[in-house]
Ligand binder design. Structure first.
Ligand code: SPV
Ligand code: MG
Length: 435
């Protein structure tokens, strides 16, 4: 008579396969047939940053390990659904979860397993894995242009909203890369960088009127790309000449940029937040659609996103015009629509979102809450926005702080008074680690 093997469930994320995983799997297979519950990108994104490798790649790695019989997707950060379905005899998990914010999940797992007398096995967590070596390896993989390009699309498919912050140099890029705020059961962070025409120009002492040409823009974003892994969204003003677009796309893709945002205006570029827009003109929707098509055919990667930015509200044209354009841009191949506004509340962009939702040409929406900054991300999510860009806050924070330091030194004729308001020299020396 055929003897059925016991079922052993092993939940794993496997962003980067290391000996700790092998230890766990080796122990697990001693108890029976190993079924790995592999966390999907969406499940991982619900409590930490998405993994470097996508689900398919991770599945391929794990499926081919000799200790593993089967891989099933685990779509939430707890295992209860899968456990109820599979009813494993054992669940194997490293004992590290006893001590951190996964304690809650552990309790739930023990309770669930009890229903069919399943047992929890907790091997000692493998310490001393060379995390800096792994980190360097990850950095190498994550910064390969093709991996970085597709990361934004993966984030948009995995997260309720993707959070992007303006970055105007490598240091701001590093803030975006490294800052994490720990909540009870999850951590929050920025998902990527915005290369803003406004702050990039201002940093170089130039107005936001395209006087900084694309090669200068690409060169400054390359500085940020050198030291970060997160995706970057490029503000391309109106994209420039149709005929030149393929060359811009080539440089952006080569640098690993994930998306281009192009606004439907013509003539001398003027920042959209200027009060007086009387001499600003919007492009003809069909002419602008040609630019979108041009980018779609020029891009080498389908994961490189084209985001069309509609300026109808900025120029007082209203909802009907915005909707009319959104459908044309979507038909032309845009992956998302940025509906821009300089109102104090998000009312007009929400009215747009509500109406556009009903269109068969609906594509995801992007918001830039500079003037309507009271809006919470949860309200943007509720209204169907998938990407939020905080477009200029880091430069606005840095400038008055620097101005104040300079002024204090001038007033006091010495630096002592500003010392307590700025970071110590020791900290600035150690700010950039050399490991
Ligand atoms: C930028 O940051 O350069 C933008 C957004 O394009 S806005 O300043 O609102 O035009
Ligand atoms: Mg701009």
């Amino acid at each position: 008579m055929k003897k059925f093997k016991k079922k052993v469930y092993v939940p794993l994320a496997v962003d980067f396969l290391h000996e700790g995983h092998i230890n766990i799997l080796k122990i697990a297979q001693k108890y029976g047939e190993v079924i790995v519950g592999l966390l999907t990108d969406e499940a991982i994104a619900s409590y930490k940053s998405i993994p470097i490798l996508n689900y398919k790649n991770r599945e391929l790695l794990v499926k081919n390990l000799k200790y593993v019989s089967k891989v099933v997707p685990q779509t939430t950060d707890d295992y209860i659904n899968n456990l109820n379905k599979i009813k494993p005899d054992y669940l194997v998990h490293g004992d590290d979860w006893k001590y951190d914010n996964r304690k809650r999940i552990r309790t739930k797992v023990i309770k669930t397993l009890k229903k069919w007398s399943g047992k929890l096995i907790e091997p000692r967590y493998t310490k001393n894995i060379s995390s800096s070596k792994i980190k360097n390896k990850i950095l190498e993989i994550a910064t390969l242009p093709e991996n970085r390009i597709s990361r934004l699309k993966r984030l948009m498919l995995s997260k309720k909203i993707v959070r992007i912050l303006e970055s105007h140099n490598s240091l701001t890029g590093l803030i975006i890369e490294n800052l994490k705020i720990l909540n009870k059961n999850s951590s929050v962070e920025f998902d990527g960088m915005w290369s803003s025409s406004l702050t990039d120009s201002a940093t170089k002492g130039k107005p936001d009127n395209s006087s900084l040409d694309f090669s200068a823009r690409v060169s400054s974003l390359n500085d940020m790309m050198d030291v970060t892994t997160k995706p970057l969204v490029f503000d391309a003003d109106n994209g420039g000449q149709l005929e030149h677009l393929p060359f811009l796309i080539r440089s952006l893709e080569r640098s690993g940029v994930s998306a281009i945002i192009m606004e439907d205006k013509i003539g001398l570029k003027k920042n959209s937040l200027f009060k007086n827009q009387s001499d600003t003109q919007q492009d003809k929707p069909q002419t602008f659609a040609k630019k979108i098509k041009k980018i779609c055919s020029a891009r080498r990667s389908n994961d490189f996103l084209v985001i069309a930015r509609i300026e109808s509200f900025i120029l007082g044209k209203g909802l009907k015009d915005a909707l009319y354009r959104a459908e044309i841009y979507s038909k032309a191949g845009a992956d998302a629509i940025l509906i821009h506004s300089k109102e104090k509340t998000p009312a007009e962009i929400f009215s747009f979102a509500n109406a556009f939702k009903k269109s068969k040409y609906y594509i995801p929406l992007v918001s830039v809450p500079s003037t309507y900054s009271k809006v919470y991300e949860k309200d943007l999510i509720r209204n169907g926005f998938k990407l939020v860009i905080y477009a200029n806050q880091l430069l606005r924070a840095a400038y008055p702080a620097m101005q104040n330091a300079a002024k204090t030194i001038l007033q006091k004729r010495r630096a002592f008074e500003i010392d307590k308001k700025i970071i110590p020299i020791k900290e600035i020396i150690n700010l950039i680690k050399n490991d």
